[in-house]
Design a protein around this ligand. Structure first.
Ligand code: NAD
Length: 482
């Protein structure tokens, strides 16, 4: 069938009208996902105005409803994240999503301060900023959205998310579910918004938009730098490279078990996971032996070179240099091969032609401290182990390889002086003793959870407390009943 020009034009007009109608629907359906970042910000701004008109009781009901919808969809979100990003493990993502749904603080963490005296009553209250722009990572896509959304809304804000492009579908689903739960509890539509096609350009537009009152970046160095140079108030939660030091006083069996569990959790994607082991020579061999019994596969000999070639890539700027001069390149010349980030240890071993038992969770390899496996945040279950003479050398090495990120460090020791010395020297936001790294975010350790750990800007494990403006309200010479 051939169409004449008039018929063709009529069809095109119909399609355009249909698309415009859909767009209109998207703007008003309240699922929070928009084509244009400006519309997403406008809608979130309107929603925030409505939120602050509601009583705190309603805010609590909204948060309860958000927690519930996530608990009802743990498996869906976890599967979507693994399928879309091709990183991590479904069973561990279920635990992470559950953790943020249950242990993210709500409004109860916000406390008003009252000062009374001869001059009356002064209240110091925690008020909302307004609309928050939150950039989220591919490594914990739904978890970061859930965690930040609960904390930000508890503090009376709305939020516009800039998800990582490679995790957009699971991020959309999370936003959609949370908005439906908010509306079901009687909250405003579009309290959480985002865009259909998140890109670096939409992230940039979000950062620069005058309607965004505060920025929160959860990711690597580049995004933290981008928000900190925005001229706005910004919270930066950046990269880590957590070392774990084991000294001669440690319960070596327990240390081995904790390190294997912590470093293999979600295939080493969490920023807090143990990224390199530094062990004193007195317990070094025992530690490796026990780690193998706990599910670590030790790579040695020629296989080490094959592993390096598989999971490392040389950075472009160094390629020409090594060819022409033949010099040995520094560890910074290499980075993790993206194809293996967040992959199962068994997948990596299979690529090397090694078949191992299905209990294997992590690959261990003995290196020196200048190896690219130690230098880089590998974000995969490949764990280097460095031998040192004593705990002093161990602490010094750990400080060096953490690169001043001040993120997370772990120690296995029974010696209080050693633990104190290490904690003082490394100055990390999280310092875990005698447990897997995730004890630092409230799993088997005391305290609430957070997936936005702000080392560079100093808020630490963020919660609703960090998403507020402190305001003082003074009533002079009255209402003090002292
Ligand atoms: P990433 O930095 O590539 O992306 C994070 C977000 O920032 C994404 O939304 C991305 O689109 C955006 N982004 C990246 N560069 C940008 C730029 N120049 N301008 C504007 N936006 C930009 O991170 P990833 O690979 O998805 O996640 C892994 C990294 O995040 C690791 O380094 C990990 O340690 C870190 N991380 C830190 C925390 C923390 O709480 N400190 C939590 C999770 C992940």
């Amino acid at each position: 069938m051939r169409l004449d020009e008039k018929e063709l034009s009529a069809i095109i007009t119909m399609v355009i009208e249909e698309l415009q109608q859909r767009e209109k629907n998207n703007k008003t359906s309240g699922n929070g996902i928009f084509h244009d970042i400006n519309d997403a910000i406008d809608a979130a701004s309107k929603a925030q105005q409505e939120l602050i008109e509601l009583p705190i009781k309603k805010r609590n009901e909204i948060i309860d409803s958000m927690r519930k919808v996530i608990l009802d969809n743990l498996e869906l979100l976890s599967r979507m994240a693994v399928e879309e990003t091709k990183m991590g493990r479904v069973d561990d993502k279920i635990k992470k999503n559950e953790l943020v749904a249950v242990k993210t603080p709500g409004t109860e963490i916000l406390e008003t301060e009252a000062l009374t005296g001869d001059h009356g009553l002064t209240l110091v209250e925690m008020a909302p900023f307004g609309v928050i722009g939150s950039l989220t990572p591919s490594t914990n896509p739904s978890e970061t959205i859930i965690n930040n959304a609960i904390g930000m809304i508890a503090a009376g804000n709305s939020v516009v998310f800039g998800p990582h492009p490679s995790a957009k579908r699971v991020s959309h689903k999370t936003v959609e579910l949370l908005n439906a739960a908010i509306m079901e509890a009687g909250g405003p539509q579009n309290l959480i918004t985002t865009v259909y096609e998140p890109t670096l350009d939409t992230a940039r537009a979000l950062i620069d938009h005058p309607g965004i009152n505060i920025l929160v970046a959860t990711g690597g160095k580049a995004v933290v730098k981008a928000v900190l140079s925005s001229g706005k108030k910004a919270i930066g939660a950046g990269a880590g490279n957590p070392p774990v030091v084991v000294d001669e006083t440690a319960d070596v069996r327990k240390a081995a078990r904790d390190i294997v569990i912590g470093s293999s959790f979600d295939n080493n994607l969490p920023c807090i996971s143990e990224k390199e082991v530094i062990a004193v020579k007195a317990i070094y061999d025992k530690l490796i032996e026990f780690m193998q019994e706990e599910g670590a596969y030790r790579i040695k000999g020629d296989a080490v070179k094959a592993l390096e070639e598989l999971v490392l890539t040389q950075k472009d700027e160094y390629k020409a240099r090594s060819c022409t001069t033949g010099e040995k390149l520094p560890p910074s010349a290499y980075g993790p091969n993206k194809n293996f980030i967040g992959k199962d240890a068994l997948v990596i071993l299979k690529e090397l032609g090694i078949s191992a038992g299905k209990d294997v969770k992590v690959i261990i390899v003995e290196t020196d401290k200048n190896h690219p496996f130690v230098f880089n945040e590998m974000l995969m279950p490949v764990l280097p182990i460095v031998k040192v003479d004593d705990v002093d050398e161990g602490i010094k090495t750990a400080v060096e390889v953490e690169h001043g990120n001040r993120h997370t460090a772990v120690m296995h020791s029974k010696n209080v002086d050693n633990m104190t010395r290490f904690a003082r020297a490394i100055k990390t936001t999280i310092f875990v003793k005698n447990a897997p790294s995730y004890a630092g975010i409230g799993v088997g350790g005391e305290g609430f959870t957070s997936f936005t750990i702000a080392g560079p800007t100093g808020e630490g494990l963020t919660s609703a407390k960090n998403f507020v403006r402190i305001r003082r309200c003074v009533l002079a010479n009255a209402l003090s009943i002292l």
